[in-house]
Design a protein around this ligand. Structure first.
Ligand SMILES: Cc1cc2nc3c(=O)[nH]c(=O)nc-3n(C[C@H](O)[C@H](O)[C@H](O)COP(=O)(O)OP(=O)(O)OC[C@H]3O[C@@H](n4cnc5c(N)ncnc54)[C@H](O)[C@@H]3O)c2cc1C
Length: 388
């Protein structure tokens, strides 16, 4: 097996994410009201969701498809499917840790949605009911109970939802162990090598051309994150995706935050990782670029101080902010499967805000597709040829 990656495999979305393995995130990004909210936030440089208007046909097609997907029927259909793939992913991390001897941080403490307003608490409570209906362990809890669980965090909230079903990790640790493991298992990892083109004959890829060589294989997997659209075009596929930029800031200073916590109104994710606390947030749909917008970094750290008044992120810590691009499909569901246009290619991309949770389950589904086994879960909503 060969993995080709144009990067040094040490940064980007899979390294900067909040490390949540979150079956609680049942509602896809494309939900009623999200487009409207995005339009409202367009002119606020500190908003958590920013959609930059552009005269670009890919962006326009994606926006129309996203808008069409923001409906209640889509959310209702997606919830049980998201639950199945997220629970499978969460449990596979556990299995990998136990069976392969990985040592990465994997904690099973759950996740708080911290609310400063009754309105947000009401909204989160409704999501708790949805999660419970799906068989997930979740409850709404008082601010006093959260304070008891995090006695040194000095919280300023009215209450929280507590999704005990969620786990968390330190992504950099897992990525490094995974890479070492794959090399030990004989996988040929070709980093800093870029796929430029693919030769197709009779509905099959016959070779892949990179900036260094030409490679052949029986089966191919397209898992190029936000760059997957451009590569899919070379095969005549129409994988609609936009890059959703997110930032992370970290501190090694003691914060007292001992549970993963999302600031519900501010949409900032906080994770107590191994040796540091990570703050992650924003979804900037503004094309493929890695420019760091200082105002959005400030917005993340200012929100943290509003909920945790004792936590102050320093200028040096802010200057170390990094970003990653989430591959966002128009309906918030991943693309996993074979396109009718190419029968030796499996697509595995478009995981948006859930790619860390869903990595192992996606890997398992890809293996099942290639080996022509019965898939572990229903994959009809993930079809790469689906219309929006
Ligand atoms: C701030 C932030 C917080 C997040 N928090 C969470 C979380 O808590 N939980 C969760 O489940 N998800 C989270 N996510 C989402 C998750 O991180 C992403 O969905 C996931 O990492 C995407 O993985 P990927 O492998 O598809 O893409 P990437 O990690 O972007 O990998 C794609 C790779 O393809 C390579 N590539 C692209 N084009 C080519 C080419 N032509 N040739 C060779 N290589 C190429 C790139 O170099 C890149 O390494 C978060 C994301 C961000 C940004």
């Amino acid at each position: 097996m060969t993995v080709i990656d144009q990067s040094k495999m040490d940064g980007g979305a899979s390294y900067v994410n909040a490390g949540y393995l979150a079956p609680s995130h049942l509602v896809p990004l494309a939900a009623p009201g999200v487009m409207k909210q995005g339009l409202k936030w367009m002119f606020n440089p500190k908003s958590p969701l920013y959609i930059k208007p552009r005269f670009d046909s890919e962006f326009l097609k994606w926006s129309l498809a996203f808008n069409r997907s923001c409906n209640a029927k889509h959310v209702e259909r997606s919830i049980p499917v998201m639950k199945s793939i997220a629970v499978l992913g969460r449990d596979l991390y556990d299995q990998i840790k136990q069976e392969e001897g990985f040592k990465f941080q994997l904690e099973k403490k759950g996740l708080f949605m911290l609310c400063k307003t009754e309105e947000a608490l009401h909204h989160e409570d409704a999501l708790v009911q949805v999660a419970m209906k799906e068989g997930l362990v979740a409850r709404t809890i008082s601010s006093d109970e959260v304070r008891k669980m995090m006695p040194n965090a000095n919280l300023d909230i009215v209450g929280a939802a507590y999704f005990e079903c969620d786990h968390h990790t330190t992504p950099g640790e897992f990525m490094s162990e995974l890479k070492t493991h794959l090399i030990q298992e004989g996988v040929n990892i070709r980093q800093e090598e870029r796929v430029l083109d693919m030769e197709v004959d009779g509905g099959k890829i016959t070779s892949v051309k990179t900036d260094i060589s030409v490679l052949t294989a029986d089966e191919y997997v397209l898992a190029a994150g936000s760059w997957s659209t451009a590569l899919s075009r070379k095969l005549g596929l129409k994988i609609l995706l936009q890059a959703g930029k997110g930032y992370r800031v970290e501190t090694k200073t003691e914060t007292g935050i001992t549970y993963p916590s999302i600031l519900a109104e501010a949409k900032v994710a906080i994770t107590p990782m191994n040796g540091f606390t990570r703050f992650a947030g924003t979804m900037e749909i503004a094309g493929i670029n890695h420019a760091i917008n200082g105002q959005r970094v400030d917005a993340i750290t200012e929100s943290v101080t509003r909920y945790f008044p004792k936590v102050q992120v320093t200028e040096a810590e802010k200057a170390n902010a990094a970003c990653g691009l989430r591959p966002v499909s128009p309906d918030g569901m991943p693309y996993i499967g074979k396109s009718k246009k190419c029968n030796n290619l499996t697509v595995a991309t478009g995981h948006a805000m859930m790619g860390w949770s869903l990595g192992p389950s996606t890997g398992k589904l890809v293996q099942e597709i290639i080996d022509e086994e019965k898939p572990s879960i229903d994959m009809s909503l993930f079809h790469p040829d689906r219309k929006f």
